[in-house]
Design a protein around this ligand. Structure first.
Ligand code: SF4
Length: 490
């Protein structure tokens, strides 16, 4: 089981607990009662981003509902489902390497069935079978809910079962998941797809236009997750800021000009999801982060003072070539406004280095901006040439050696910034969420640290229950991480 097999929700025998199963019709699982033959034992490989992880959790929930045996150990499974990422060349290579490994096992008789799902299927479809003929079924992102049919091989005659439909704007939900994250936090996808047109990005061509879940569905899902033990709910989407622009109101009207349904959603979650201690907003798009959304964040009790806002670059010419619809001045004004309106806000961002045409001077501008602004957390990606994107057709591609060199210089500069940001926590008191054991103690996170991507807090000699909140004092730093001791009231 690749990625996140931290939740020990696996066994090879009895029916597995699926969230909120009681109140959900079995139809969605398409019970394969009619299919003869042994019950499949399935293991899952979940690749890619948190949105894909939610799809994996929902597919596992449907498989468990259908009576499939789920194994945490791939060696015990006769069927492997690989939920792929197709975003970048590197993620496609990773998926194909894993599929080749499984094909080898199948050729050796160690595996009966290989089911491939996710973005790589949506992007490349049947071509995947030419690369790996041992694949038995392909399930696109718009056909996620066909995974039970694919695993139980409903269509015996088909050489390869294809579940590969076009984008459909059907209302959808992610309730009834078998969660892969540790119990105390959960991802909640509020929208999928994207209407932005960043010139380097393949996601809109894979996931389709932005489509939002209704606020009722989101609140119901959040309550299902907190009822299952999640204390932190992490709101995700490709571009969460555009949430709700596609939702036609009860009165049939689309959201009024200047309205930001995300602000309403945040206020509602803050009010109604009382069992969530932390609600975290990720994947914010800079050009549409409105005052109304910022005010909703600032005024909330549960929504942590944390913003994940990929900026990609700061130089105006680069931002234009990336079609980011924002300028340097607008970006700086937005960041200053965030820090003014939400004191102590932790800002996380990511940049692309080596974008086609990026000159040394434009990269230096990015480097000095990052050194001056002082993001609590910032990462960089080397530009990845995606042939089917506008940027992929740009002639001024930057040499891979230069891309790597700029990446190394960026990470070194940001390291200094991050170490200084960590130092500013020494002597401060705050609460942390206990994540689990670590060498000589426990690892935890404060509200300004998202799971899996940000630095952590180290608590030497601590033995608190995982998933509990503990008041601490920061007494030192260890590179990016904070060393903390519980305060007397702990
Ligand atoms: S906002 Fe831009 S980078 Fe993000 S998914 Fe949409 S098009 Fe891609």
């Amino acid at each position: 089981m690749a990625n996140n097999d931290t939740n020990d929700n696996w066994n090879d025998g009895t029916q597995l607990p699926v969230l909120g199963q009681a109140d959900r019709s079995p139809q969605s699982a398409a019970m394969p009662a009619a299919v003869a033959g042994p019950v499949p034992t399935v293991s899952f490989v979940s690749l890619g981003c948190a949105k894909n992880l939610v799809d994996s959790e929902r597919m596992l929930g449907q498989l468990a509902e259908a009576g499939t045996l789920i194994s945490g150990d791939e060696q015990l499974a006769d069927t492997i489902v690989v939920n792929t990422c197709g975003f970048l060349e590197s993620s496609r290579t990773e998926a194909l390497d894993i599929l080749e490994e499984l094909a080898e096992r199948k050729r050796a008789g160690g595996l009966k069935r290989i089911v491939v799902a996710g973005c790589l299927v949506q992007r490349d479809g049947e071509k995947l079978r030419e690369c790996v003929p041992e694949i038995d079924a392909l399930v696109g992102v718009n056909n996620r809910d066909d995974v039970v049919r694919a695993v139980w091989r409903m269509d015996r005659d088909a050489q390869t079962e294809l579940f590969l439909g076009e984008y459909h704007g059907q209302p959808w939900h992610d309730q009834g998941r078998l969660r892969l994250t540790p119990n105390h936090y959960a991802y909640l996808r509020i929208s999928e797809g994207c209407n932005q047109k960043c010139t380097f990005c393949t996601i809109p061509s894979i996931r389709g236009p932005m489509h939002s879940k209704s606020a009722d569905a989101i609140v119901a899902e959040a309550r299902e997750l907190t009822a299952d033990g999640a204390r932190e709910i992490i709101l995700i989407g490709q571009d969460t800021t555009s949430y709700g622009f596609d939702l036609v109101g009860a009165d049939g009207a689309i959201p009024r000009e200047g309205a930001f349904p995300l602000a309403d959603l945040l206020r509602r979650l803050d009010r109604d999801v009382i069992d969530a201690r932390w609600i975290r907003l990720m994947y914010v798009y800079p050009s549409i982060l409105s005052d109304e959304i910022i005010d909703a964040l600032a005024a909330s009790e549960r929504i942590v003072k944390y913003i994940d806002i990929p900026l990609q670059h700061i130089n105006d010419r680069m931002l234009k070539r990336m079609a980011r619809r924002v300028t340097r001045r607008q970006t700086e004004e937005l960041l200053e406004k965030l820090r003014k309106r939400i004191p102590d806000v932790a800002i996380r961002t990511t940049f692309i280095v080596g974008f086609p045409g990026e000159t040394e001077a434009e990269f230096d501008e990015l480097l000095s901006f990052v050194s001056e602004f002082g993001f609590e957390a910032a990462g960089a990606f080397q530009y990845s040439l995606e042939p089917e994107t506008p940027a992929g057709r740009m002639v001024e591609q930057v040499d891979p050696v230069v891309r790597q060199e700029r990446y190394d210089r960026f990470m070194l500069a940001q390291q200094q910034v991050a170490f200084a940001a960590a130092e500013r926590y020494v002597g401060r008191e705050f609460e942390v969420l206990i994540e689990g054991p670590a060498e000589g103690g426990q690892v935890a996170r404060h509200a300004g640290q998202a799971p899996e991507v940000d630095a952590v807090c180290l608590l030497p000699d601590a033995e608190f229950p995982v998933g509990t909140f503990v008041p601490v004092r920061c007494v030192a730093t260890q590179d990016y991480d904070l060393v903390c001791t519980p305060t007397p009231s702990a």
